[in-house]
Design a protein around this ligand. Sequence first.
Ligand code: SAM
Length: 228
Amino acid sequence: RLSKRLATVASFIPKGAVLADIGSDHAYLPCYACLHGYVSKAIAGEVADGPLRSAQQQVEKAGLFDRISVRKGDGLAVIAPGEVDCITIAGMGGALITRILDEGKEKLAGVKRLILQPNIGAELIRRWLFDHGWELIAERILKEDGQIYEVLVAERGDARRPYRHLEAELLLGPFLRRENSEVFREKWQRELLHWKRIIADLAEKGESEAARVKMRELEKKVQLVEEA
Ligand code: SAM
């Protein structure tokens, strides 16, 4: 059985899509997507040898080697322009996911949907999507084994559409903020506590300009979250 986290990602794969799962590791997601009829064909991309082998083994074990192509490479280097129409990138930090998208921009031709699951730093991804004409069309937040995860789904369109309060919602997520679920509130209560501890630390020992800049940044974020 797939984790709740990856099952949530899979639930957004359009039926009949040609999928690339980047940073696939064990390839659970493309295998699941094939076995459950979401996709007929998929590519599992991996940059590291260990996870690449584990993807190959999993695909072999599931009898899917004729439908899932396991490829080694950095980010979107494993796909050709126009080859896939849906990309999933899950289980990494927002900065890495953003770098993969940015460095692979020319490979996004023909891609209709991005499904991104950052473990941290979703804000960086929302900003990248916003700046590159991708419209956020759905978001999920979920908790599994004590960890809180976000899933962002985007298609080409009007990148501004979901946003009413841009700065706050790039941070919090426009859909998640409006939904205001228990898990969402828990996430931001945790973050607030964490930031306030850092601010207190900086206030105690931070004489430098860098410390003051960092403090002001965090105070602004605290304000955005508290207002929301
Ligand atoms: N996507 C799976 C999931 O969500 O369960 C695996 C997540 S795992 C924590 C992250 C994987 O991304 C690792 O297997 C790592 O080797 C791979 N990875 C990291 N940077 C990558 C890159 N630039 N291109 C492709 N894969 C990458």
